[in-house]
Design a binder for this molecule. Sequence first.
Ligand code: TYD
Length: 208
Amino acid sequence: MFITFEGIDLSGKSTQIRLLTKYFESEKKKVISVREPGGTGISEKIREILLDKEHFRMEFLTEFLLFSASRQQLTQEVIIPHLKKNYTVLCDRYYDSSAAYQGYGGKVDLKIINSINKIASGGLVPDLTFLIHISIEESLRRKKLINKREDRIEQKTVSYYRKVIKGYMDISKNNKGRFVVIDGTDPEPLIHVKIIQAILNHKKRKLK
Ligand code: TYD
């Protein structure tokens, strides 16, 4: 299975990926987790370019193409080979992030985004995508709590993030078959249980 996690910054994706990895390991299942942008030598270098605060003049289309280059490398080098070996692959962000951030947030034409997303992913579509939803206010509150240093993309404005959230909502409605939207303000253990239930339900549906 290929499972992706989406949501704005500090929605709690990485915690859930950690918990889910442990769950699969305890079930003696083969599992790996990767993150975007990154996950390969080349993709980590692209990540540095993308998140570097000195690159404040980066165009949204440039941003999108770099994310896509990183994604293509990660998909071919890590994701597909592991899926072929029957691993469950958990991915912290995938192409829906590009549609939400660079498409809805940055106004790159969604037709261009969707067609390059198909190319960069080699046609791979996640079996399940968990959208962990929190509001921009909640994200800012959490940022203050942990005093997080912002990278270049996180320095964008509140109105940008509102568009990203709206984008995620639209994308999840247009892809109901694979999206599971989860309230990110629920306690972490409850979110974890909801995620496992959704995975088990998905497996049951596939067996039918
Ligand atoms: P990261 O530190 O990994 O943030 P997070 O823990 O929230 O995932 O930085 C990734 C940043 O890149 C994040 O702000 C979202 C952004 N991003 C895009 O704008 N488009 C994309 O396609 C991807 C994969 C990420």
